[in-house]
Design a protein around this ligand. Structure first.
Ligand code: PPS
Length: 299
């Protein structure tokens, strides 16, 4: 990996054990504020394991709610300011709770990667709507690997072999993928205000998924508007768009990898060896043996 100069004050952080999962201090510095966060009944929480399509769904939600009423938002406000990341604290760059509290829009759209058991309780007390996005483990791992290489607030992932083992061991930031997707799936069985989406479905038919999202949110949007949004959130459009491609954030090194990397289902086939795939599948079967949750690794 190419050596780069870190911005002043930044260094790649150490992993820590925190509340039963692996984290680093950028996601735990403001823990008291996060846990005491006061949600409002109309807040919408976008919850995902990292690399599942958070930015894609965040942008769809932003366009559904504010695409017509606030056009200047589209050209001047990066997506991470429109949909703040609740638990992040990078001093002077991103301070999630403060950013949410400064939002003047209704509803407030809020991003989290927290596993379900660590979500501030006010979201449940207020019966907030939650949009959860899941992505198959193999493509998530590949995307997360490239992301850790280029994102300076994550630890150096080492090589792919090392990364994959740590992913399988659940030693990545925000904890095990397996527990995350299953924990939220279980929550959905008792908390009806969760819309559980899949990255693979979005790639297969974005328009259909936008329509389902509208039904969940109780939004009636004309077909033409839904089509306009579907076109605007296409991978190529988001990759070109400075407000959605993260090119304006200082902690990512695009010389290593772009944030909008490939946006595909099945890129894992370009990374896993046959032996790695067999080992992963055996481990996956064991980890996922008690759930009804199913993912597609190809479409
Ligand atoms: S993060 O950092 O956890 O918030 O990342 P997240 O936004 O969840 O996931 C990033 C991956 O989603 C892909 N992406 C898309 N794919 C298809 N179409 C659209 N519009 C789109 N927007 C984002 C992005 O490219 C990352 O996946 P990979 O596989 O790395 O390309």
């Amino acid at each position: 990996m190419e050596e780069i100069d870190l911005p002043p004050g930044f260094s790649r952080p150490e992993l820590i054990d925190f509340e039963g999962i692996t984290m680093n201090h950028y996601f735990t510095n403001s823990w008291e504020k996060v846990q005491n966060f006061q949600a409002r009944p109309d807040d919408i929480l976008v919850a995902t394991y990292p690399k599942a399509g958070t930015t894609w769904v965040s942008y769809i939600l932003d366009l559904l709610y504010f695409g017509n009423t606030a056009p200047e938002r589209q050209t001047s406000l990066p997506i991470y300011e429109r949909v703040p990341f609740l638990e992040i604290t990078i001093p002077k760059v991103l301070e999630g709770v403060e950013m949410v509290e400064k939002l003047t829009t209704t509803p407030r759209l809020i991003k989290t990667h927290l596993p379900v058991q660590l979500v501030p309780k006010s979201f449940w007390e207020q019966n907030c709507r939650v949009v959860y996005v899941g992505r198959n483990a193999k493509d998530t791992a590949v995307s997360y690997f490239h992301f850790e290489e280029m994102n300076l607030i994550h630890p150096d992932p080492g090589d792919w072999i090392n990364f994959l083992q740590m992913f399988m061991d659940g030693k990545k930031i925000f904890g095990p993928w397996y527990d995350h997707v299953c924990g939220w799936w279980e929550k959905k069985q008792t908390y009806s205000n969760i819309h559980y989406m899949f990255f693979e479905d979005m790639v297969e038919d974005t328009g259909r998924e936008v329509e389902h999202l509208c039904s969940f949110l109780g939004l009636s949007k004309a077909k033409e508007e839904r089509e306009r949004i579907t076109k605007g959130v296409h991978f190529d459009a988001m990759k070109e768009n400075k407000m959605t491609n993260y090119s304006t954030i200082p902690v990512m090194d695009f010389k290593i990898s772009p944030f909008m990397r490939k946006g595909k289902v099945g890129d894992w086939k370009n990374h896993f060896t046959v032996a790695q795939n067999e080992k992963f599948d055996r481990h996956y079967k064991w980890k996922m043996k008690n759930t009804t949750l199913q993912f597609r690794t190809e479409i």
